[in-house]
Design a protein. Structure first.
Length: 231
């Protein structure tokens, strides 16, 4: 995913520079920044980026108008930034085709995780299936397959499950999982993690109250147990 071009559209110069620095430090190879929708549209029409990070409050053509113009020519993933975080704004953006929202100010790790989750959904790895006792997880599509149904994972659930799958059979500590969710400042998010774990168990387990795949290791963290291959 590090080769996907990121186009940042924001009229705040300092924020553009900060976002560029975040992705440069994370190893992304192509980060382009512009200050207006009028500058962004020709770039998108000429070469579709991997993802657009789009501020709602832009001078001239605002973020919603630009999103509408983008959707007329492209299905490129769009993460919208807003300083207001009002429900009406989010609904407007989703109705126009936004993939996700992030409220300013935000933590650098939160922006990275949101973008990584969107890119993984938009450009799935082929063939990465995690097989569990009662279900399978298609990490490429961010979906759980259980009893013939496909159940979508949220971005947070995906992040947790991917970290557990990458360490299958081993304990992943509460701190590591909270850090995966929230970045370096994770203290106080343990209850939030437990909520996500509960929702994941509802999706992947036959009996969420008696899990056999996503296990709690008391006082330490969690462990994902894969289904044994058939002989």
């Amino acid at each position: 995913m590090l080769d996907k071009e990121i186009l940042v559209v924001d009229d705040e110069r300092d924020l553009r520079m900060m976002i560029r620095s975040i992705f440069d430090s994370a190893g992304y190879k192509q980060v382009t920044t512009v200050a207006s929708g009028e500058d962004a549209l020709p770039l998108i029409a000429k070469k579709t980026p991997g993802i657009v990070i789009l501020d709602v409050m832009l001078p001239g053509m605002d973020g919603f108008e630009l999103l509408q113009e983008i959707r007329a020519i492209s299905n490129v993933p769009v993460l919208m930034l807003t300083a207001r975080g009002e429900a009406e704004d989010r609904l407007d953006g989703f109705e126009l085709g936004a993939d996700d929202y992030l409220v300013k100010p935000f933590l650098p790790q939160e922006l990275l995780l949101r973008v990584q989750a969107i890119l993984k959904r938009a450009y799935p790895e082929k063939g990465r299936i995690v097989r569990l006792a009662a279900s399978s997880v298609d990490l490429g599509r961010a979906e759980v397959i259980k009893a013939g149904r496909r159940i979508p994972l949220t971005a947070k659930e995906y992040s947790i499950l991917e970290k557990l799958a990458d360490n299958a059979g081993r304990i992943v500590t509460i701190g590591v999982l909270c850090q995966t969710l929230c970045g370096d400042i994770w203290q106080g998010y343990e209850t939030t993690l437990m909520t996500h774990i509960r929702h994941l168990r509802e999706k992947i387990e036959d009996n969420p109250s008696k899990p056999v795949s996503l296990l709690t290791v008391k006082g330490l963290g969690y462990k994902l147990v894969l289904k044994e291959p058939e002989q």
